[in-house]
Design a protein around this ligand. Structure first.
Ligand code: URA
Length: 200
């Protein structure tokens, strides 16, 4: 079994917080183990909780469309979430839930070693840029620990606020050229541990 699949099997057994009681299926994440790009959303919603797969509802359809707009599909990237179980009624994740789940995301990053991490929405942005405002930093890439961090709005936000769709498209369109410029911050033996760097 691949390392990400082994980790997913472990995540599926997690009982660390009360979301284990209310969830239907755990949503560990999916995609290429050696993906260049890791997309990190917030938390599973209703559809994801049914299927055990990330971004398979309306927000996921928009994410798929955005990926296609830059010539990618979901099997070429890795898609994960800050927390792996659906909060009841899609409420915001609680700090204790984020904390209980953080080591899983850290291990996913360590295994995948993405060249670029795209955060979708404020919760995944908050992992790397605590205290920042998404309206201020979306679409601006910053290199850290040999990885390019690229904050974007959450696709679900564009479903509620159509003017954000254009912004998401514009930000997504920057990804291919950012990736081609990544040769100097790519996968190297000496790369710092990004998960350590995110512990502020
Ligand atoms: N929203 C998220 O943040 N993640 C999903 O997997 C689905 C919707």
């Amino acid at each position: 079994m691949s390392e990400t699949r082994e980790l997913s099997a472990e995540i599926a057994q997690c009982q660390a917080c009360s979301l284990a009681i209310t969830r239907l299926k755990v949503v560990p994440g999916e995609g290429r183990e050696d993906a260049d790009i890791l997309f990190i959303g917030e938390a599973p919603g209703w559809h994801e909780n049914q299927q055990g797969r990330p971004f398979v509802g309306p927000a996921g359809q928009l994410l798929d469309d955005l990926l296609v707009s830059i010539g990618l599909n979901r099997s070429e990237v890795y898609i994960a979430n800050v927390i792996k179980c659906r909060p009841p009624n899609n409420r915001d994740p609680l700090p204790a839930e984020i904390e209980a789940c953080a080591h899983f995301l850290d291990r996913q990053i360590t295994i995948i070693q993405p060249r670029m991490i795209v955060t979708l929405g404020r919760y995944s942005m908050g992992k790397f840029f605590p205290g920042e405002s998404i309206s201020r930093i979306h679409g601006v890439a910053r290199a850290r620990g040999g990885v390019l961090l690229f904050p974007m709005y959450h696709p679900a936000a564009a479903l509620h606020q159509p003017s954000l769709r254009k912004i998401l498209e514009t930000d997504m369109a920057k990804i291919p050229s950012l990736l081609t410029k990544l040769t100097d911050v790519g996968k190297t033996e000496e790369k710092e541990d990004i998960t350590q760097l995110t512990l502020f």
